[in-house]
Design a protein around this ligand. Structure first.
Ligand SMILES: NC(=O)c1ccc[n+]([C@@H]2O[C@H](COP(=O)([O-])OP(=O)(O)OC[C@H]3O[C@@H](n4cnc5c(N)ncnc54)[C@H](OP(=O)(O)O)[C@@H]3O)[C@@H](O)[C@H]2O)c1
Length: 229
């Protein structure tokens, strides 16, 4: 069955690997969104992938996203994968650091969903928010990640709130709290740490989850971790 899939944060790491995974299915039309078009250049080898510049840090994310979605008849799957991590000790954190994490990881996600809902309301669809074990209640926490991990916790909360508000619709939303996967973000935050899972392996799980899990679950916050971080 034809599906239109939007993946935000597709220029590297897990998001890029999700696009590469889903693009194998020629019935899918995929919109890959990120700030860095160059990072998405290699995705253009797939005929069913369109790469578009998109910044969750822009003034009006909702309007930007609406512009991008205008030409689409529908959206079946939206994966909010983009993430911003600031690692700084608590007293060194600036208001800008905190704001930038919340803008990209929370406000940008909420506004992207606002733009996507009209394209999902008729046929239904699955929204997958990518959070972190750091934002999962009761998990091991790490010094220096206040801005990042609290913003990821907010995305978990958003998932529960949205799915309650849309429980009578055909739109479902779930949230995956990822453990460590080997990407540039992880290397920048935890230099030298070797994750037990590659970006591709994590992407395989997320791609499968995004296509199937909403048959059984909605509004759930799920830890996806062999280890923490
Ligand atoms: N890797 C891990 O161990 C791990 C663990 C827990 C959770 N996660 C979460 O998993 C997701 C993917 O992580 P990753 O490790 O693959 O990260 P990554 O390598 O840093 O990739 C992040 C992606 O987000 C995009 N992005 C960042 N800021 C953006 C903005 N303002 N607007 C639009 N796109 C933006 C980046 O593209 P541009 O720079 O081109 O915009 C990039 O494609 C993130 O949400 C992260 O928090 C990762």
């Amino acid at each position: 069955m034809h599906k239109t899939i939007v993946i935000v944060g597709a220029s590297r790491g897990i998001g890029k690997a999700i696009v590469e995974n889903l693009a194998q299915n020629s019935n899918y039309s995929i919109l890959a969104l990120s700030r860095n078009l160059k990072g998405m250049e290699s995705l253009r080898k797939f005929k069913n992938v369109e790469t578009i510049e998109f910044d969750l840090n822009s003034q009006n994310v909702r309007a930007e996203a609406e512009k991008i979605f205008t030409s689409l008849d529908k959206i079946d799957i939206l994966i909010n994968n983009a993430g911003k991590l600031v690692s700084k000790s608590f007293l060194e954190l600036t208001a800008k650091d905190i704001e930038s994490c919340y803008q990209v990881n929370v406000i940008g996600v909420i506004e992207t969903v606002q733009a996507a809902v009209p394209k999902m309301i008729e046929n239904g669809g699955h929204i997958v928010n990518i959070s972190s074990m750091g934002g999962f209640q009761g998990s091991v926490k790490f010094a220096g990640l206040t801005a990042y991990s609290t913003s990821k916790a907010a995305v978990c909360s958003f998932t529960e709130l949205f799915s309650e508000e849309y429980k009578d619709s055909k739109i479902t939303m779930n949230c995956l709290c990822l453990g460590a996967a080997q990407t540039e973000m992880l290397e920048e935050a935890f230099p030298g740490y070797e994750a037990p899972v590659s970006a591709e392996k994590m992407a395989e799980y997320i791609a499968d989850f995004a296509q199937n899990a909403n048959q059984w679950i909605n509004g759930k916050i799920i830890p996806v971790s062999l280890s923490t971080p």
